[in-house]
Design a binder for this molecule. Structure first.
Ligand code: ZN
Length: 584
């Protein structure tokens, strides 16, 4: 059983300047005292965090529409929609889970009425609480997607969703409803009472003359909430759109089940006084390069030459990994819900006039690395409704992982040449949004990929066994699939075997793989070398391939998987041939 030393409300004990325990949090998260603490965080950030662009978010252009939550009539229930027409001001933005249908929302039929007045009582609990919080921290305007984007206009959605990044970036604060599954749950919760043993008092001494008192209380796992945990386990962190909302927001006021938390580029605060160790970002890892381009001291006038592109893209690929675990209500939102992050990166990744070219989630100047994602689970099936080219991570709803190395790749003579790459957007209004087609025209070293129905014990390794092979589709036989480079007469080819980890009873310990050629099938699949990490003086290098399959009735190829091999002899490639492929 864990015990948690608590301090009385408003006190903070230290022993030799180490803070002890936690401050007791008032049960009602919306209490006057809790609100005063929150206002204190905002004020401290405004006044003291000068080394970061924490407080640059005041007096900026307002979003197209916001809610004016300051009552015109003196009635607290009075809220109205304000069409801003380029006005400047200070506003809060809400990051929340819809959790199903929301009523009412902004529609073409009620936009005039909403500008007169919106009935506070008609709004879902999350929105009522967001209005209350906004009023209490002294901010006039509030942006909520469902009430500020016209929900029955595709045009309005395309225009406004493309601006989502700036909506969160320019907000004075983002109110994050971290643990509310849906709009009806509310944000300002009462801390649930947990049953447990009675509390006891304990005296602690820094100076024997000045004893301090802390309360020992039972610590439930549910009680042990902090911003880091909320970012892993909170409902908001399971949703696709909310990743870029948290990344783009400089200042976040996060509401959990048990506390309120603050995050700004300077650091973190919590009602219970807990400090997170180190500069943990609002996503569960550090993003110093991204932070620096979004709200570092020179974020707005940073010249591209000073950017560590490798470091920045490494963080981007990590974000894509995290994003792939999240779910979307509308499958087509896969690229749009990351578009604000992509747009922010494009401004610093390319040259000033053109920016970098974004290709359905990948970047043109880093395609070799960008192509090397693989399924986190045994497979990552491609979605049936077209959403992205087969080589983009946006082609699947399953979790994926990027092969992220610590050093930049050095090109080798065997590396894939990309001759042309292109994607066609669904709408020019969002250049980082939905795509309707795309292809890569490439030239690279490839060999046939043959499929065998032979089942082998996968510890029977030939010297050219590929260590990590990943098919995007589930295995047709339900068995693991291993790929082995084999000599077939004069040719060297790759073969896919079904593998079982069970050692066959009649296995005699012989490491040579006897291939049954009667079980081969040649579907025209190819293994295409993307990158060979050429280590000087070594014949063993890391190799990265795409597995390609011919699209039915076409010369075009599509990605069906990838191979990462950490120990490949480069002399193997000397017999391979250069071929051109169009990968769609
Ligand atoms: Zn700050």
């Amino acid at each position: 059983m864990d015990f948690d030393p608590n301090l009385p409300i408003d006190q903070r004990a230290e022993i030799h300047s180490h803070p002890i325990g936690r401050i007791e949090v008032e049960d009602d998260l919306g209490s006057a005292r809790n609100n005063a603490i929150v206002k204190g965080w905002l004020q401290e950030c405004d006044e003291s965090h000068t080394e970061f662009d924490c407080s640059g978010s005041k007096g900026l252009p307002l979003p197209t529409r916001v809610l004016d939550v300051v009552s015109q009539s003196g009635d607290d229930n009075d809220v109205r929609l304000f069409v801003t027409k380029g006005s400047f001001g200070t506003y809060a933005a809400l990051s929340h889970c819809w959790g199903g249908n929301i009523v009412p929302v902004l529609q073409t039929s009620n936009i005039d009425q909403f500008q007169e007045s919106i009935s506070y009582a008609s709004l879902a609990a999350n929105f009522q609480d967001a209005i209350t919080i906004t009023r209490r921290i002294g901010i006039q305007y509030l942006w909520i997607d469902s009430l500020c984007i016209v929900q029955d206009s595709r045009d309005d959605w395309e225009i406004e969703s493309a601006k989502m990044g700036s909506v969160y970036k320019n907000a004075a604060v983002t109110i994050s409803a971290m643990t509310s599954k849906g709009s009806k749950e509310g944000i300002l919760k009462r801390r649930p009472k947990m049953p447990g043993p009675a509390t006891a008092n304990l005296k602690i001494f820094s100076d024997p003359e000045v004893p301090e008192s802390v309360m020992i209380s039972w610590l439930n796992n549910e009680d042990d909430e902090n911003l880091w945990r909320l970012n892993f386990f909170g409902h908001l962190s399971k949703r696709g759109w909310t990743l870029q909302e948290s990344i783009m927001s400089p200042r976040i006021l996060a509401f959990g089940q048990h506390g309120i938390y603050w995050k700004c580029p300077h650091g973190f605060q919590a009602l219970d006084g807990q400090q997170l160790s180190g500069a943990v970002n609002v996503v569960p890892d550090k993003l110093p390069h991204l932070d620096s381009i979004l709200y570092g001291p020179t974020a707005d006038d940073r010249s591209p030459g000073t950017i560590d592109k490798f470091g920045l893209l490494t963080e981007y690929y990590n974000l894509v990994d995290w994003y792939s675990y999240r779910t979307l209500t509308v499958a087509a939102d896969k690229l749009p819900a990351m578009s604000a992050i992509a747009e922010a990166l494009s401004r610093v990744l390319g040259d000033q006039s053109t920016g970098a070219t974004y290709l359905a989630g990948l970047w043109d100047f880093d395609l070799h690395r960008g192509l090397m994602w693989y399924p986190e689970l045994p497979s990552a099936p491609h979605v049936l409704q077209y959403r992205a080219p087969s080589w983009s991570w946006a082609v699947t709803d399953s979790p994926i992982v990027y092969y992220n190395n610590e050093e930049p790749w050095t090109c080798s003579e065997f590396d894939l040449e990309v001759h042309h790459c292109q994607v066609q957007l669904r709408s020019a209004k969002n250049p980082f949004g939905e795509v309707i087609s795309g292809y890569l025209q490439v030239r690279g070293y490839s060999i046939p990929l043959l499929r065998s129905s032979q089942v082998v014990y996968d510890k029977i390794l030939s010297p050219k066994t590929i260590y990590f092979s990943h098919f995007d589709e589930p295995s047709p036989t339900g068995l693991d699939q291993v790929i082995v480079g084999v000599s077939s007469g004069e040719r060297i080819e790759m073969m896919v075997f079904n593998s079982t980890k069970e050692k066959p009873e009649d296995w005699d310990g012989d490491l040579d793989l006897e291939i049954n050629q009667d079980l081969w099938v040649n579907n025209g699949d190819r293994a295409l070398l993307v990158h060979l990490e050429d280590i000087p003086g070594s014949t063993s290098n890391s190799g990265f391939w795409l597995l390609l399959r011919r699209r039915d009735g076409s010369e075009d190829m599509e990605r069906v998987g990838c191979i990462i091999n950490m120990n490949v002899d480069s002399s193997w490639f000397e017999s391979w041939v250069l071929e051109d492929f169009k990968i769609i």
